[in-house]
Design a protein around this ligand. Sequence first.
Ligand code: NDP
Length: 479
Amino acid sequence: MNIKNYINGNFQNPKNNGWIDNYNPSNGEIYGQIPNSSKEDVEDGYLSAKSAFKQWSKTTLEDRSRILIKISELLEKNLDRFTEAESKDNGKPISLAKAIDIPRAASNFRFFGNAITQFASESHESIGQNAINYTLRQPIGVVGCISPWNLPLYLFTWKIAPAIAAGNCVVAKPSEVTPMTAYLLGEICNEAGLPKGVLNIVHGLGTTTGQSIIEHPDIKAISFTGGTATGAHIAKVAAPMFKKLSLELGGKNPNIIFADCDYEDMLNTTVRSSFANQGQICLCGSRIFVEETMYNTFKTDFVAKVKQLKVGHPSDLDTNIGALVSKSHFEKVMEYINIGKQEGGKILCGGNEVKVEGYENGYYLEPTVIEVQNDDCRVNQEEIFGPVVTIMPFKSEEDVLKMANEVKYGLSATLWTNDLKRTMRMTNELEAGIVWVNTWMLRDLRTPFGGVKESGVGREGGFEALRFFTEAKNVCIKY
Ligand code: NDP
């Protein structure tokens, strides 16, 4: 099946007629092609967005809200179609796509459809000076949204929904590895009555299509989620043009477990926070630190549970771990398992490729637990982004805090304890944009989402996203 660009409400081939193969990671086969879009296609998307902006930015909040909520409803109505497409394109278990990815994409539109009706700005009376200041929150114009392959529609819509809710028009690029649900979204937008040109989706490679978006002089803001190296590159390109930037980047998140936690809850959640979506979530707790007094018990129980996870074809309903997203990513993760061994890490379980019967060319890997001796090793410092976690014991709160913070990343951290004072001390000190205590990945879309250090710049979510996608203009009136 050939995917097309969605520009000005129409589906069109790339101007240069260049195409890229799209792989199904569950069997390693090519199952379609996507546009290898050039600068000219991005320019087309930009011109279409620009011409739609005048009217869209003046569309009432009620009308914008109604259209966004309609998109949300249509996504829910088409849940099965989108679920199947996401699972096939990405390799994730169909059960996960159905429970998380597509419902969340629908929630993103519903949430920002509602949020925009509540978004308000400030006014300041300058007492004694006979003046009043009020702040307008105006849409920026044409903005660029670039998203990764791990949660394709979920993260794509997390950017697009607030951008258009705030009155901007968008040129967007999903990952070239997982373009399918973004393509299908175009149909839904037309059905929902989104005016032509408000959203334009241009498919292609990061280094060409994505690059054309970030270096376009009139695309005034870029919202990007992806790897730290790509984020640094985007910052370099965008800075001389003074573009507004929101960068959600990599993570190497600590999962810190104290002996006083609720054990069963912690154990079950830790299996999930380690291996959900094949470990390909920027929030996964990939470094597990366990208080020394319960380390051996945890190790035995955790490894036993991980061994029970079923690696299988994404469409089997009892599959826990599907396929990794691509051959090159599979090879990268395998390479890290080898690095772990060379560094003296002990493989407690997993570490091998899995041949799923009937799908022998798919990219399947056993969930892998590596016991490490210290936190300096590469498998504890570098983002692997696959079904691989490390575990090691710690003695004291000070020791584990030091290790938790001694990475270049600072996206999320998870803490398991029932000690309130320790919770307060540690949540203050952890260098992360998001800290979960006695839970993981519990999301409330109103909360700020993002990282510190090399995990990113800026925050998404709630009014933070609407602030990003608007410019504040202060008006001072003397009377
Ligand atoms: P990449 O950085 O490789 O790619 C992300 C997106 O950027 C893709 O659409 C990619 O296109 C595009 N891109 C690549 N090069 C350029 C360029 N020069 N200019 C513009 N766009 C470009 O990341 P991955 O897709 O590999 O995603 C995995 C990474 O994303 C991990 O590091 C993960 O931690 C991070 N991530 C962060 C999250 C967060 O919220 N902080 C959430 C989820 C993931 P193409 O795919 O075609 O190359």
